[in-house]
Design a binder for this molecule. Structure first.
Ligand SMILES: [Zn+2]
Length: 332
């Protein structure tokens, strides 16, 4: 009789440290909703950023996911809610820091900006003493971003624009590109880092960050929410934080190094024919601009080929207004 192979001795796992945020503690294997104090409203009401921390039972990377850096962009709130409902911290390796609403002030005013019209996504890295936008940026960077290995920031189109679900990131960085592909959105667009943006601040700290865009401001778009939630789970699987298999996503996304806005050559009323996700070729009529009598018609043709990743939803246009956003194929 052959002796049974001896079971490998289980090494005792060192206990995972408690995760602390804003003076509050989250035990390993717990999901907790916390409030990170920011400031006071003029009425004296304390105001904080809502943060959910899923602190996995086992060790692993820390991922932050944030939404509503622009206060009127709401799809990310629904994406985070959906993912948190699925997330079992006992089965998680590592830690997820989820911030549904970074710009709470903008949300309260249904505005993209802070109350002083500053854009939070141009206010990073911020400072503990500057205007509200700088303080908020600084707090978020120190408490959330700096403690993460990877980040995903969720946005929508702005200013009457609707976006196809897409990842914008620095495709020249291999780690970032690999995460972008894992996300599985239909399109990935290379986007240079802008001064003052959250992505640029994360990059400065050596933390790869993706920006997900889908749908439009003020509204929930079911498709963008679905693709965003799946994408987030797919990234967690890719990082080894969750067991696979990953949810369905685009395995061969359209990767673009450059995107171009097609603008109106005339003022008037505009019907856009190009739908999101459609492939367009050079010279194709993508919109018609007409005057109020409907007599004078002006055809807007695209000067580049590619996939429509954004479009204006406004009927009234001025000369030079951006109508559709086209992601060009590589080597165009
Ligand atoms: Zn945004």
């Amino acid at each position: 009789m052959t002796p049974k192979p001896a079971r490998p001795a289980r090494r005792p796992q060192p206990a995972r440290p408690v995760f602390e945020l804003g003076g509050q503690r989250v035990e390993p294997g717990e999901l907790q909703r916390l409030d990170l104090p920011v400031s006071k409203l003029p009425t004296g009401t304390e105001i904080g950023i809502p943060v959910a921390v899923a602190h996995g039972a086992a060790a692993g990377p820390t991922l932050w996911v944030s939404s509503t850096v622009h206060g009127d962009e709401l799809n990310g709130v629904a994406i985070i809610r959906r993912v948190l409902k699925q997330l079992n911290p006992k089965a998680l390796r590592g830690t997820v820091i989820a911030v549904s609403v970074v710009n709470v002030f903008g949300l309260l005013q249904t505005s993209r900006y802070l109350p002083d019209r500053r854009d939070l996504n141009r206010s990073f890295p911020g400072s503990p003493r500057g205007p509200l936008a700088a303080r908020l940026a600084h707090l978020f960077l120190e408490e959330v971003v700096r403690r993460s290995d990877v980040g995903i920031d969720l946005h929508t189109g702005s200013d009457g624009r609707n976006n196809l679900p897409q990842i914008r990131c620095d495709l020249s960085d291999p780690a970032t590109r690999s995460l972008a592909r894992a996300f599985g959105a239909p399109v990935i667009v290379h986007a240079a880092l802008r001064d003052g943006s959250l992505r640029a601040a994360a990059r400065h700290l050596g933390i790869p960050a993706l920006l997900y865009e889908g749908g439009e401001a003020h509204r929930f778009d079911p498709m963008s929410i679905e693709i965003g939630a799946r994408g987030l789970i797919r990234v967690l699987v890719k990082l080894g934080m969750l067991e696979g298999p990953p949810p369905l996503g685009e395995d061969e996304p359209f990767e673009s190094q450059r995107s171009t806005w097609i603008r109106s050559g005339k003022a008037g009323l505009c019907e856009i024919h190009a739908t999101l996700g459609r492939r367009v070729s050079v010279g194709e009529v993508v919109a018609t601009v007409f005057d109020t009598t409907g007599r004078l018609e002006h055809a807007v043709k695209t000067k580049v080929a590619g996939i429509v990743i954004g479009r204006s939803e406004r009927a009234l246009v001025h000369r030079g207004d951006a109508l559709i956003h086209v992601a060009e194929p590589p080597h165009a």
